[in-house]
Design a protein around this ligand. Structure first.
Ligand code: IDP
Ligand code: MG
Length: 139
């Protein structure tokens, strides 16, 4: 059975470009409820830990540098079938391949600086939500 929560970040490129409000509006219009949210900045250590699963990928260093380059907005989102529906809403990793109207098609700069993160499984959604939010910060 699919779960009802996912985790997202509005990445440093989209925060810097002033797209927080536009992206939250898309999330809202798509029927997600915000369970938790904060603006914060990842240290290189924290970014490295968050993306540890990609350690062996050639772009890992670039990814860690980018994700710690400026503030991000982290959030837990709730909706039926949250993980899959949110991946559909954000579109493909590479904005050049993302479907029209998706958040990455609208706001991403390139395959690395791609505006938003979205969890890839219920298990990772739970792990990633706990990485940022305590029980007292989840509503
Ligand atoms: P996803 O975010 O769509 O799940 P992943 O393959 O999990 O994509 O990669 C994690 C993040 O790493 C991407 O969102 C993007 O920021 C970055 N990334 C992925 N592929 C590349 C690449 O080929 N070059 C640079 N950065 C990349
Ligand atoms: Mg991923």
């Amino acid at each position: 059975m699919s779960g009802n929560r996912t985790f997202t970040m509005i990445k440093p490129d989209a925060v810097q470009s002033g797209h927080i409000g536009n992206i939250l509006a898309k999330i809202n219009e798509a029927g997600f409820r915000i369970v938790a949210m904060k603006m914060t900045k990842l240290s290189t250590e924290k970014a490295g830990a968050f993306y540890a699963v990609h350690k062996e990928r050639p772009f890992y260093g670039e990814l860690v540098d980018f994700m710690s380059s400026g503030p991000i907005v982290a959030a837990i989102l709730e909706k039926d079938n949250a993980v899959e529906d949110f991946r559909t809403l954000i579109g493909a990793t590479d904005p050049a391949k993302a479907a029209p109207g998706t958040i990455r098609a609208l706001y991403a700069r390139n395959v690395g600086e791609n505006a938003v993160h979205g969890s890839d499984s219920d298990e990772n959604a739970a792990i990633e939500g706990l990485f940022f939010f305590s029980e007292l910060e989840r509503f």
